[in-house]
Design a protein around this ligand. Structure first.
Ligand code: COA
Length: 144
């Protein structure tokens, strides 16, 4: 597996992975292009045998970074892809001068919470009824 910057030609597969994963952000073919051209956006994808199998997307401005979308194709989950993507992102964020990294995760999304805790994030707050007006978002932070 290798990790590289996502390109326009990856959009169909990035969207397909989102469709398969209930807790991903669902940017879809209309939302992804903006993330690939926006100067403060970074999208990295994990590639195995020339297939995109996962991604991490974040925005970074002046030392502050927000992770916005992470997902791994279900056929490749629990094989270290998510943690490799996150570790890569954290390394790149640091290289670019990032200091604080934040993200939101659904209170019921226990796999992602475990992934983030394992990557050194700590719960720092809660946004009530953030998802669909009824599920809370937990705010996770870490410094790099
Ligand atoms: C969360 C997600 C990205 C994890 O990707 P992954 O490649 O399976 O993660 P890894 O194999 O690197 O797992 C790293 C750690 O995360 C935790 N984890 C991952 N999947 C888990 C699961 N189903 N149940 C419990 N813990 C889990 C474990 O602590 C795991 O370490 P371990 O395997 O040593 O126990 C993936 O499940 C996914 O795409 N989920 C849907 C989208 C999503 O929730 N995105 C985050 C939105 S905030």
């Amino acid at each position: 597996m290798n990790i590289r910057r996502a390109r326009y030609t990856d959009i169909a597969l990035l969207s397909a992975i989102e469709d398969l994963q209930p807790y991903s952000a669902k940017w879809g073919p209309r939302g992804w292009p903006a993330e690939l051209v926006e100067g403060i956006s970074y999208v990295w994808c994990a590639v195995k045998e020339e297939q995109v199998i996962g991604f991490v997307a974040y925005r970074q401005v002046a030392g502050f970074c927000e992770i916005l979308n992470v997902a791994v194709h279900p056929a490749h989950c629990r094989q270290g892809v998510g943690s490799a993507l996150l570790a890569h992102a954290l390394q790149e964020i640091k290289k670019e001068g990032g200091q604080t990294v934040t993200l939101e995760v659904n209170e019921y999304n226990l796999p992602a919470q475990a992934l983030y805790r394992q990557a050194g994030f700590q719960e720092a707050g809660r946004r009530k009824n953030f998802y669909h007006g009824k599920e809370d978002a937990l705010i996770f932070n870490r410094t790099v």
